[in-house]
Design a protein around this ligand. Structure first.
Ligand SMILES: [Zn+2]
Length: 267
């Protein structure tokens, strides 16, 4: 049985668009682009239609790059990969690098807010609309996939994923609710035998067995973290969980996203 056949047997319809399209591909969530030299252990592979799979290609590339912001790569090959990735992002998402330039007042806030050992770090602005849209879309995909992984249920079209995300600045200043997040359970990662990638990706989840609600927290190196609340019905949306979110997404959002990025060049 091929991997795609296995995907079709798990779900004959795409788990990302609420089953609107048939399963045509295997979607790796998180994508290979997150991992150094694209070396990703097996696991967290999902049945997806072509539109949903392709619709997130640019998000995957940008997030793969952004997840390498901190700490710096160690091996030469990793530095080379990062440089290539930076060029691809520059070419594919005009405006993003400019948007990331911190303003003088952001620099002042940063230096006042962090302990001395961080004061000389390069600072990026994470407030801009381009980055927030991309991380939001990426986070929704991650949340909807993990909902399926944990509950075995496809989030229906009337469901929603509410995404919040944090930067390493918020980790340093204690603005991530780590006590509350520890209730989500022990962190997991991708693992094959002794090979595991928790230094690059970790997640923890909590969910209701009936699939009405699930919560997922995932970290990507020490660059950023996402918190996603997934609801099987729009009627179940809990205000407190949606407040301050980077966006609320409805299954199918990736189908419309594809045409924008048709001329995407991968690195
Ligand atoms: Zn789909």
């Amino acid at each position: 049985m091929t991997l795609l056949d296995r995907m079709k047997s798990i779900s004959p319809t795409c788990i990302l668009c609420g089953g609107q399209n048939p399963t045509e591909t295997t979607d790796h969530i998180p994508p290979k682009s997150i991992f150094f030299l694209k070396q990703r252990p097996r696991g967290l592979e999902f049945p997806a239609c072509r539109a949903c799979n392709q619709g997130s290609k640019l998000d995957d590339q940008v997030v793969g790059w952004f997840s390498r912001i901190y700490p710096d790569p160690e091996a030469d090959a990793e530095t080379k990969e990062l440089n290539k990735l930076t060029k691809s992002v520059q070419r594919n998402v005009p405006g993003l690098l400019a948007e990331l330039q911190a303003t003088d007042s952001q620099l002042v806030t940063f230096r006042k807010g962090v302990p001395a050992q961080y004061a000389d770090k390069h600072v990026l602005s994470a407030d801009g609309p381009i980055l927030n849209e991309i991380v939001g879309c990426f986070g929704a995909k991650m949340g909807i996939a993990l909902h399926f992984e944990k509950t075995g249920r496809v989030v229906p079209v009337e469901g929603r994923a509410a995404v919040k995300w944090y930067t390493n600045y918020q980790a340093i200043t204690g603005d991530i609710p780590t006590d509350a997040l520890s209730l989500l359970g022990a962190p997991e990662t991708l693992q094959m035998g002794k090979w595991e990638v928790s230094d690059q990706f970790q997640y923890s989840s909590a969910w209701l067995e009936d699939g009405r609600l699930s919560l997922h927290y995932a970290t990507f190196r020490r660059s950023f973290a996402i918190l996603v609340a997934v609801f099987a019905s729009n009627a179940d949306l809990i205000e407190g969980l949606v407040e301050n979110s980077a966006g609320v997404f409805q299954p199918g959002w990736l189908i419309d996203r594809q045409p924008k990025f048709k001329r995407l060049k991968m690195w």
